[in-house]
Design a protein around this ligand. Structure first.
Ligand code: F6R
Length: 243
């Protein structure tokens, strides 16, 4: 595991965008795992900027998003589908048929949908580069802390902490969906390379716990310490509690 400390959020965003661009230069048909949330927004902005300058070509890139709420239609402004198109896909030359998001409101055969998602990732050759954020409770994707973690894509009940954290995007906490579909920890760990981003002082405590040397399902991100090619990119604030 390698940890890079950047001076601020902008630096972290540029640094991570450069890694994505280099990945695509080396393998134009890269399979990239994507996250939503506030953290990667700057990276997406930077990737769009670099695309507009002609420095990166997404025409052969395939993407798989980590997770999606259950019960929100793809055009709901808080759905991850909407987030990804609004903040990234609509501004680059990715082919719509190469974009994959799990579940969605139409997913009624949920077990089948989960299995198909994992099969699709496998068929695409597996994820070359997985982008991750981290929840304040250590979740990755929507793999919440608990006694056990799931390897495959599955349905989760969101923890109270996550519902509260995500309520900042909704008018009222009651509007936050209680369930989501997420890639499992196994799917994440199978990615050839992982890039975990964290920014801000409110992430400092969980960064310390997740990467301190102890591995526990109560802090799902701690399992990433077992991955052989993971780069943790932090800004100074998020790195504050690391020694
Ligand atoms: C989102 C996701 C989540 C977020 C995490 C951090 O697709 O998988 O695990 O990465 O909740 O969210 P932010 O970046 O908003 O702090």
């Amino acid at each position: 595991m390698k940890i890079i400390i950047c001076k601020d959020y902008e630096h972290m965003s540029r640094f991570s965008a450069d890694i994505v661009i280099e990945q695509i230069r080396q393998k134009p048909d890269s399979v990239i795992g994507l996250a939503t949330g506030s953290t990667p927004l700057g990276m997406y902005k930077e990737l769009i900027r670099q695309y507009k300058k002609g420095r990166v070509d997404f025409s052969k890139v395939v993407t798989f998003n980590l997770d999606e709420y259950l019960g929100l239609s793809p055009d709901h402004p808080q759905s991850y589908h909407y987030f990804m198109f609004n903040n990234f896909f609509n501004h680059i030359n990715i082919k719509i048929e190469n974009v994959n998001l799990p579940g969605g409101i139409t997913a009624y055969n949920l077990d089948g949908v989960c299995r198909e998602y994992d099969e699709k990732i496998e068929k695409a050759g597996g994820i070359d580069l997985q982008i991750l954020g981290i929840g304040h409770n250590g979740h990755i994707g929507f793999n919440e802390p608990g006694k056990k973690l799931y390897t495959q894509t599955h349905i989760v009940s969101l923890s109270h902490e996550t519902i509260k954290a995500n309520s900042r995007f909704f008018d009222h906490i009651d509007e936050v969906p209680r369930k989501a579909i997420t890639m499992g920890v196994g799917g994440i760990m199978r990615a050839k390379k992982i890039l975990l981003l964290a920014s801000g002082k409110d992430k400092a405590a969980i960064i310390k716990k997740a990467f301190s040397g102890i591995i526990t399902t109560e802090i799902p991100a701690s399992l990433l310490q077992l991955h052989k090619d993971i780069l943790v990119i932090l800004d100074k604030e998020a790195a504050k509690e690391l020694k």
